[in-house]
Design a protein around this ligand. Sequence first.
Ligand SMILES: [Zn+2]
Length: 145
Amino acid sequence: MESKNDKQSKLDVRYLRMARIWAENSYCKRRQVGALVVKDKMIISDGYNGTPSGFENVCEDDDNVTKPYVLHAEANAITKLARSNNNSDGATIYITASPCIECAKLIIQAGIKRVVYGEKYRLTDGIELLERAGIEVIYIGLEDK
Ligand SMILES: [Zn+2]
């Protein structure tokens, strides 16, 4: 018999793989990140890193530096919910990369209870903040999945 935990981890891998596919929508050249917000087994929001609505779809300046107004995938997914009838209270967010501290703050305030991410980053302050807030943080290396 498959345990509830096994079933959840299989779902986690699949949603994370979907987030990775979603990241392909990003027109950013340096890095493509995708995020999905899942609640009660439904994808209620999605995001990838990019400029705000109405701005040109270019993330990098002439020196190939990411523009300061590029939104991270998590921020796009969470703010998209602000314009919907849904909400992220108690949801899980799947992110292809480790969240930064700014996005970690948004995740906490959005009431998200689980974070599943697929790529570690040199800075771990975002992850540490999430853990301090009592959010369940799960790393799944996607390289071999
Ligand atoms: Zn971020």
